[in-house]
Design a protein around this ligand. Sequence first.
Ligand code: TYM
Length: 332
Amino acid sequence: MNTKKKKRIVSGIQPTGNLHIGNYLGAVKNWVELHETYDAFFPIVDLHAITLDFNPVELRKKTLEIAKVLVASGINPQKAPIFVQSDVKAHCELGWILNCVTARMSDLKKMTQFKDKSQKEGSDNATVGLFDYPVLMAADILLYDTELVPVGEDQFQHLELTRTLARRFNKKFGDTFKIPEYFVTKEGKRIMGLDDPIKKMSKSAKSKYNYISLMDSEDEIKKKVMKAVTDSDPTITYKEDRLAVKNLINIYKLLSNKSIKEIEEKYKNKGFKEFKQDLSGIIIDFVLPLQKRINSISDREIEKILEEGAKKATPIAERKIKEIRKKIGFLH
Ligand code: TYM
């Protein structure tokens, strides 16, 4: 009998905007693979989603939709609880404690995502929640004694802060938190915008030609891939400085499971038209069956899954918060 304890992984996703293939290839695809062998928890982070302007009806709809995407992608909620972050109250409590005893203004001022996201209104008008967002993310991770966090590269700075906060807490109050590591794949860690390969593919991009949503129609996918920018070199070769082409080959590789060498070989004497036609076919073959599976899950079914997920996550989170409350001198 194998008595070795499985490593714990935790990763969250915001119920905002359109989930795109960057989210899938950078995070969800790895979750699907890892949850088979790790002890995994996947919160849908609604508390994070309210840090920017939001619509309550839309938030509710997206929370259910994202949970359906995770199940339809192949996460078995019996093995890895999927739950709504706000259902497990200890996330907020630990967020507040970390705010007070470990996080510094100077840490948060360095966060590039805050700088990017607050740019629109000017940082003085951004909410305090948006500024404080990474501390709540640290709480999501540390509450579960997480060892591995599968995320895209855009979350590295937040994870580095999580590690710093954990170390500071441990130094002051004794060994309490595990120091988590990140998990990424080379090709998936940063899927770039199809219209601009210098910027990451993003839910909040101005142009819909930036991303391929998991909800896009066949026609939309074809149009977006055919319009994707390339460069002046007509060959299909994978080079670090060919940002646009490298990005398209990465997407091709991750969805077809072909190696980069095989892809280069296949398109040796062919042009981008053929490559893009095949790539859109590969994306369509992935997205349409996924949409079918998403649509086959009812709201009631998914609510039940989320309720059960919260029931599994709560006792683990409660045990940890109890330990923390004791360490910092709270009575109960
Ligand atoms: P979110 O909701 O913006 O994105 C979810 C996941 O998708 C990854 N991702 C990408 N990966 C590759 N290429 C891209 N273009 C791309 N865009 C997004 C993100 O890195 C992420 O892994 N702060 C987090 C949510 C969060 C969290 C957590 C994550 C809250 N608590 C605890 C891990 C652990 C976020 O906003 O992800």
